[in-house]
Design a protein around this ligand. Structure first.
Ligand code: NDP
Length: 496
């Protein structure tokens, strides 16, 4: 869909899918007491039921049985690929419906949903569909008279848990590789943003995915999410969210069946800018987008600017100018580019971190508070903090808001040292025209992804994403995500 066809819409006109989604249909189960609010204005949008452990059991048993009945795991990989490609095509065809569902309940403006989120979701599923018959295990060089094989096979039922910041694409990153590899999936979306995921599952069935091979359960993380991780028939877990919750998930996965967990967690990613980075305005635009996109509610947000002294003042001024143009708007208005924070709790977290940083000696160059006159929505002004160090809360902690800290260095080693973080290692930006310097920094940085002279993901899904250290274990995207949804059986056959 092109930009000219994106228009304002009335959120009251959006039909919300209801219930959970099990066995190919919406089902009730649990009290309908999870209220979903519109982040743009805080008004009630609708409700979904809170699934308890019995409901999770029903969804997982159904998925397990559906695998056996449909033989999804044994079907020719190209048939699985065909169904997943059809699903991706339906996602594109239903772009307006999906985009609107995403825009009313998440923080993503309709412009971003239609132009980025929905096509990104469809294309990620196509990428994983293409993996279905491109991976073949191994023929092992064993002793004479025997045949040694490393045979990949799906796990069975994969439990997936997604966050609220990019509901659709996160669902595609979990479901795409798991389904392409022949697993069934039971997915729990964030209770803040369940609707687009429910619709995505309806489209999967329309595309020909056997009923039950993708089930969605709604509920809270600590109860529903935890029951899903602990379920004995869930053989693998894939989670995106905070580092603290990731640790709980990993521990529960270890104590309930010793199942592998792919964990895509938090970050505090540096933007390391050397004095030879090139055009200051161009670099400033990258830095500005890196911390204000989705109002900073992105795991890979580039929130720590580490800049060489000679260009520091000019760059920081240019970043401040770039973000000064951002204006809040309702997510259902076509002109809106700047996202609200998801809810009051997240708003408090962002503002408290800024206040604590100021109390610790930080200076506010711009921002530092909410936009005024935005009704019930929480829109935080892009904020730049200077005079900070490693102990400043905004440097140390993941805030998940549009807050950039600035630290200045003199030489390469000092810059690289400042870019390190004691906990997180998700992503890093390196900006320099000197190839040797870029490669030295890339080698030295403990980050799962390093972007050089750019910042942010592309449609190159072949590039995996995932963190080092406290930022996670394993990869989403790339061949690695597909392989992580397979376990390998060693087979030795004597024939002499
Ligand atoms: P959480 O990590 O708590 O939530 C992410 C997902 O995990 C949600 O679906 C959540 O459900 C679920 N969950 C929570 N507890 C458990 C559990 N014990 N077992 C299984 N699943 C669980 O993040 P929040 O939404 O609470 O946000 C808090 C902070 O986390 C943010 O401020 C940000 O710093 C970080 N975050 C990082 C993300 C990333 O992309 N890496 C994404 C989202 C948040 P429920 O919503 O019902 O609690």
């Amino acid at each position: 869909m092109d930009m000219n066809t994106i228009s304002d819409f009335d959120p009251g006109d959006v039909r919300l899918p209801g219930g959970h989604f099990i066995g190919g249909s919406p089902v009730a189960g649990g009290q309908w007491d999870i209220e979903v609010n519109r982040p743009s204005d805080g008004l009630l949008l609708g409700a979904v039921p809170d699934g308890d452990a019995d409901l999770v059991d029903r969804a997982v048993q159904n998925a397990h049985q559906a695998l056996q009945d449909s033989g999804w795991d044994r079907r020719p990989p190209r048939e699985r690929a065909r169904i997943l490609r059809r699903w991706a095509d339906l996602i594109d065809e239903h772009s307006l419906t999906l985009g609107r569902l995403e825009a009313v309940s998440s923080t993503r403006p309709i412009h971003d949903c239609i132009l980025h989120e929905v096509p990104f979701t469809a294309e990620a599923i196509r990428f994983f569909a293409e993996c279905a018959d491109k991976y073949s295990g191994d023929l092992l060089p064993t002793r004479g008279g025997s045949l040694g094989l490393l045979a990949p096979e799906p796990y069975g039922v994969v439990g997936a848990i997604t966050p609220w910041n990019f509901p659709l694409s996160m669902a595609s990153w979990k479901c795409g590789p798991a389904l392409a590899a022949g697993n069934a999936v039971v997915l729990k979306p964030s209770e803040l943003t369940p609707f687009s995921t429910l619709y995505l599952a309806e489209l999967a069935i329309q595309a020909g995915l056997p009923a039950g091979v993708l089930n969605i359960v709604n509920g809270y993380g600590a109860s529903t999410g935890s029951a899903l991780v602990r379920h004995p028939l869930v053989r693998k877990v894939s989670f995106t969210g905070s580092t603290a919750t990731g640790a709980v998930v990993m521990s529960e996965a270890a104590h309930h069946g010793m199942k592998p967990a792919t964990l895509e967690l938090g970050g505090k990613s540096p933007q390391l800018v050397f004095e030879d980075a090139g055009d200051i305005r161009e670099v400033a635009s990258r830095i500005a987008k890196g911390f204000t996109s989705n109002a900073g509610q992105a795991c890979v947000a580039g929130t720590r600017l580490i800049v060489q002294r000679r260009i520091a003042a000019a760059l920081v001024e240019a970043v401040a100018e770039a973000v000064a143009e951002l204006r809040p708007g309702l997510t259902w208005q076509a002109a809106t580019r700047y996202a609200p924070l998801i809810n009051g709790r997240q708003a408090d977290k962002v503002h408290e971190a800024v206040q604590a940083s100021i109390a610790a000696g930080a200076r506010v160059l711009t921002g530092g508070d909410f936009f005024e006159g935005t009704g019930g929505g929480f829109f935080y002004r892009p904020t730049i903090l200077t005079e900070v160090d490693a102990n400043t809360p905004a440097v140390r902690d993941e805030i998940f808001g549009p807050v950039l800290t600035v630290q200045v260095f003199d030489d390469e080693d000092e810059g690289i040292a400042l870019a390190g973080h004691p906990v997180y290692g998700l992503a890093a930006g390196v900006h320099t025209q000197d190839l040797g310097r870029a490669l030295r920094a890339t080698r030295a940085l403990a980050a799962g992804t390093v972007w050089v002279n750019r910042y942010g993901r592309t449609h190159d899904f072949i590039v995996p994403t995932g963190g080092f250290n406290g930022s996670g274990v394993g990869k989403d995207l790339g061949r690695q995500a597909f392989e992580a949804n397979l376990r390998h059986k060693s087979v030795l056959i004597d024939f002499d």
